[in-house]
Design a protein around this ligand. Structure first.
Ligand code: AMP
Ligand code: MG
Length: 430
């Protein structure tokens, strides 16, 4: 028996099930200890194997060994028969297909005249179309009785008499995209089926079982302007984000700066992350994935920061004051959508600041995929009080004041600058 050190990731529930039910994890074959994934996350565990068989045939079903033969991951869910690897592959396929539909709609929109550019219907069509495709692909790739999707859209408006034409357009776009892709040999979806598939996204999420979390087009304002947007898909398992995919059709593979933010890229980027396995980036047309890492910069003078393009989504004056306090020299890079998390995960900038107006409730689909893309790239996202984001509370995030993201080393200084600026802002002006 070869001796090697390897790493297997499970929830506590799955770990105990495996130990009791799977003879292949017999201590005669595996000597291991259980270690929490992180100090703050005590519900996900790693079996650190001290001794294991080199033969993959001794691995439990659904387990895979990475090419360097050191890392093994498998489904940790008590409610899914699929491994995280299988689920990530399906998520990538779903987001890629949805982004193809969105790219076609945006191309048409940008070629149209000024009058139709002020019309919001293209984004409506692409939004619903993207949700249908993601839901369709996930259910085709991972058939399951327990499919649960928390997504932004429902079919209410589309069922109205005046939406008949829009529904026809969505149905045609979805069917054309499926036919052009060629993977699924299905009869074209009817309008009724399209409505039913959209309504698969009405799950409430929560702390138990698995839930897919989808923003079919994050950054609709950016989509209409011809700028950045993202198809953002994450998976919750027992309330934690365990994998995520960000398809960013207008984000170049090379680093962006504020000067280049409007440069449209024909191919686009796909970020994918899986718990304990890192974050990878590839082109949307399928280049070899490369592992990405957040910037390690500790010096705020070298740190540029991202924020929303739309001032209505995040206070630009508050982020300006935080940046000044920290000593950040570079101007803010303002782009739409969770493309900010993707860009940050590969070190395009160092900080992301988000401070919506008081009373605004953040939705889980606006952050789930971005959260794991950043975490697995070595970064950290928290609320303005330094607490990790909690995705287990249903469709909304329950958080304090705002969301801040940076690398581990810079977080303490950033948190202090944020809290000082918030205190100053709360003082009555003299
Ligand atoms: P961003 O492109 O980063 O500005 O964020 C886009 C997301 O902001 C959209 O998907 C919306 O869900 C969300 N959003 C919409 N209205 C607001 C608001 N008033 N404040 C903060 N976020 C908002
Ligand atoms: Mg959104």
């Amino acid at each position: 028996m070869a001796s090697s050190s390897s790493c297997i990731t499970f929830t506590a529930a799955a770990a105990s099930r495996l130990v009791h039910l799977n003879p292949k994890l017999n201590p005669n074959l595996f000597k291991f200890k259980l270690k929490p994934i992180s100090l703050t996350n005590k519900s996900l565990y790693t079996f650190v194997t001290l001794k294991s068989s080199s033969s993959s045939s001794s691995l439990p079903a659904g387990t895979t060994r990475s090419s360097n033969n050191r890392s093994i991951t498998m489904s940790s869910s008590s409610s899914s028969p699929y491994s995280y690897n299988q689920q990530l592959v399906a998520a990538k396929k779903a987001a890629s297909l949805a982004s193809r539909l969105c790219q076609n709609v945006q191309k048409e929109l940008l070629q149209s005249d000024v009058q139709s550019k002020s019309d919001k219907s293209p984004v409506t069509v692409a939004d619903y179309g993207s949700q249908v495709l993601v839901s369709f692909v996930l259910q085709k790739e991972l058939p399951s009785q327990t499919f649960s999707l928390v997504a932004e859209e429902d079919s209410g408006d589309l069922r109205k008499e005046e939406s008949q034409e829009t529904l026809q357009r969505i149905t045609k776009l979805v069917n054309d995209t499926i036919a052009n892709d060629g993977t699924y040999n299905v009869t074209p979806l009817s309008e009724t089926e399209v409505l039913t598939i959209i309504d698969c996204g009405t799950s409430e999420g929560g702390p138990n079982g698995q839930h897919w979390v989808l923003d079919p087009i994050d950054g609709t304002k950016g989509f209409l302007r011809g700028d950045q947007y993202a198809i953002a898909l994450g998976l919750l398992d027992e309330g934690k984000v365990v994998l995520g995919v960000l398809a960013c059709p207008n984000l170049p593979l090379e680093s962006i700066t504020s000067q280049h933010q409007n440069a449209l890229n024909k191919v686009g980027c796909l970020f994918s992350a899986q718990l304990s396995c890192g974050t990878y980036m590839e082109s949307l047309d399928g280049s070899t994935p490369v592992k990405v890492h957040v910037s390690n910069t500790e010096n705020p003078e070298e740190a540029s920061f991202f924020e929303s393009y739309e001032a209505a989504h995040s206070s630009h004056s508050l982020s300006g004051s935080i940046a000044k306090k920290l000593g950040v020299k570079a101007p803010p890079c303002r782009i739409d959508s969770q493309a900010k998390y993707g860009a940050l995960s590969r070190g395009d900038g160092v900080i992301y600041l988000r401070f919506p107006n008081k009373g605004y409730r953040e939705k889980i689909w606006d952050h789930a995929a971005g959260y794991i893309v950043i975490a697995e790239a070595g970064g950290v996202a928290s609320d303005a009080a330094g607490k990790p984001l909690d995705f287990s509370k249903g469709r909304y995030l329950d958080l304090d004041t705002g969301i801040i993201v940076t690398n581990q080393k810079l977080m303490p200084a950033l948190l202090k600058a944020v809290q000082d600026s918030l205190k100053e802002q709360a003082l009555p002006s003299l």
